[in-house]
Design a protein around this ligand. Sequence first.
Ligand code: ATP
Ligand code: SKM
Ligand code: MG
Length: 168
Amino acid sequence: MKRIYLVGFMGCGKSAIGKRLHTLTDIPFYDMDHVIADQMQLTIPEIFNQYGEPYFRQLETEFLRSFPEEFCIVATGGGVAVKEENIQLMRESGMVFFLNASFRDIWRRISTDVNRPIVQQSSRMELETLYKKRKPKYLQASHFTVETTGKSLTEIAEYIIFQIERYQ
Ligand SMILES: Nc1ncnc2c1ncn2[C@@H]1O[C@H](COP(=O)(O)OP(=O)(O)OP(=O)(O)O)[C@@H](O)[C@H]1O
Ligand SMILES: O=C(O)C1=C[C@@H](O)[C@@H](O)[C@H](O)C1
Ligand SMILES: [Mg+2]
């Protein structure tokens, strides 16, 4: 059984679409950020503050290495697809969907959210630079690109279900 991974920049909808996919299909759903936060008994900003970003990145890779093999949906963290090892781990164990959203939509969604440490410490221009730098990584990591602009969460989830059913 293969996992379904959702990758993409912060605010592209990985968590929200993962939840919607779970509601529509009943396939088990895991949000990597939430699993890691629960394991550490800390919020993501607390992990960044107390242990630093490199440690958080190790926890992400550890999650991908050790998570039980099962048919499930995984909403990854926005930085997961940046590391080569993570890309290999995801591509070998499942189908990877890149949720492509415009920076304009992303900024509208995340600029005022205090739960994303990288947003807290970056200007709009710095975030847009990071968005452009990461995009080739998301494309490299993924088997499918899902265009999300102008689509509802349900429309996006239904398209992903269509692709899962085609390839199962
Ligand atoms: N296509 C969409 N239509 C409407 N709202 C959306 C859409 N995609 C995402 N959103 C909303 O944008 C916000 C951010 O989305 P979400 O938390 O799912 O992003 P994420 O990709 O999981 O980000 P992160 O990498 O930081 O975890 C949420 O409130 C979500 O409901
Ligand atoms: O894009 C990123 O680097 C991040 C995205 C979030 O999902 C969290 O994993 C954390 O805020 C870092
Ligand atoms: Mg998320």
